[in-house]
Design a protein around this ligand. Structure first.
Ligand SMILES: C[S@@+](CC[C@H](N)C(=O)[O-])C[C@H]1O[C@@H](n2cnc3c(N)ncnc32)[C@H](O)[C@@H]1O
Length: 216
């Protein structure tokens, strides 16, 4: 998935992945990670997710990274948040209190930008990437050991031969292949969500399993 694909999605408002409410799995399962209040949580490929507000509300600091400036500016304006911007390294920083969103490419992040993060929330981020980009994505996350070791991961699995991604199908085996050498993976929850996914139904998909993993 190249940058042009995502820029076009935001320009054309094709953002069906965005939710106008907090993610129910975040609300339910985040506490199982026992992340200390005041810690800084990394939200890779953050879009304009309201989940960043949930994390702030719960007493965390948040750093997101997002390719699309439209997404970032929408996030601040739709939530009536003042922000300041400054450029440093490969990123433009959008900063508001305990929240910073980095405008730029996830693959350019370094210790300088997210070294203080000690936990990670991945919803619709790993699954936004095609199979051939996943290992690179996870290898990058794993460079930040503390952060990658307190992670909530939400995935979808469906028959990829019927419909192409994104979101891409990620199986339990895929998650194990990516993390099992270095991390403990716990499947916290799984549920069938095809009834909520009209676009997938129209494409002929008959089942989608949503899963929540804790990775420690
Ligand atoms: C499927 S959306 C999910 C957004 C968010 N996690 C959510 O739950 O709503 C994926 C997002 O990742 C962004 N993105 C894709 N590739 C990226 C990259 N390499 N660096 C930063 N952001 C990226 C896209 O612009 C898009 O907003």
């Amino acid at each position: 998935m190249d940058s042009a694909f995502w820029h076009s999605r935001w320009e054309n408002k094709q953002i069906g992945f965005h939710s106008d409410s907090f993610n129910v799995h975040l609300e339910k399962f985040w506490k199982s990670l026992s992340v200390a209040k005041g810690a800084t949580v990394f939200v890779p490929l953050c879009g304009k997710t309201l989940d960043m507000l949930w994390l702030l509300k719960e007493g965390y600091k948040v750093i997101g990274v997002e390719l699309s400036e439209i997404a970032i500016q929408d996030f601040f304006s739709e939530n009536n948040l003042d922000y300041k911007t400054y450029d440093e390294g490969a990123f433009r920083y959008y900063s508001s209190g305990d929240l910073t969103i980095l405008h730029g490419n996830f693959f350019d992040i370094s210790e300088q930008e997210i070294g203080q993060c000690t936990a990670c929330y991945d919803r619709a981020s790993l699954i936004a990437l095609p199979r051939e980009m996943r290992q690179r994505y996870v290898d990058k996350l794993k460079k930040f050991h503390k952060m990658a070791s307190q992670q909530l991961l939400v995935t979808l699995e469906y028959d990829q031969s019927i419909k192409n991604g994104p979101p891409f199908s990620v199986s339990i085996d895929d998650v194990h292949a990516l993390y099992t050498d270095t991390h403990t993976i716990k499947l916290s929850y799984e549920t069938e969500i095809i009834d909520e996914m009209i676009g997938f139904q129209k494409a002929g998909v008959t089942s989608i399993t949503e899963r929540v993993f804790t990775i420690t």
